[in-house]
Design a protein around this ligand. Sequence first.
Ligand code: HPA
Length: 270
Amino acid sequence: MLKYIEETVSYLQDKGFESPELGIILGTGLGQLINNIDVIKEVSYNHIPNFPTATVEFHKGKLIYGKIEGKKVIVMQGRFHLYEGYTLQDVTFPVRIMEKLGIKTLLVSNAAGAINLNFKKGELMVINDHINLQGGSPLAFKGIEELGERFTDMSEPYSLDINAKFKDIAKNNNIKLHQGVYASVVGPQLETKAEYRMLKIIGADAVGMSTVPEIIVANHLNLKVAAISVLTDECDPDNLKPVDIGEIIAMAGKAEPDMITLFTELIKTL
Ligand code: HPA
């Protein structure tokens, strides 16, 4: 893994990806933040050595280097999912690359279903904890010790400091912002009614198919991390309608401007 990381990092450094302070991963249907970047350089995933190739049609799949609010950032437009057939190590490889390039903070976004029925579609949730239901760990492989501590602490995986700032920013900008627990499943099938009931019982407020692997690796690398779920649908097992993935993506796009405000205002304070 180390050899691959070094190869990819030196490719991107040669392309001019110099000392970014912050990394951002954009989730499904959440690509408009790129309009807020002063782009210096961008590279398609399929040109980057050792990167998994992008397959999800909703994503454009590129790594963008530039400035937001004057801060040097790397933005992943489109992420890799377990449900596309990648391994957890593939899915999290870009986090290791961004860390080696120099980021100290990682911001993550995703589209998620609301399990907590006090939360409505179109609203946002700051993730303050998670439940990993993906059946594996991105740290469970031979050679992990050459990259860092195997038994990574997860007592506080999300930055309290950033989450408090999000709360203030939301208040100042009239944005409805919840806090809660995100459960990650493999997908790509949506959940059954019984699964939604289970998710509620075990303490999840939202469910999605991403984010947790990247958060685990970011903690492995001692990055400061925060994540926001854009709630795209309401997962009420007693009134469940067939899911429309087009509607989910449209809802993500509709709620995205609030998420962009949270991210850009936060970046001003970093
Ligand atoms: N499950 C249910 N609803 C969702 C999901 C999910 O994984 N992602 C976005 N909305």
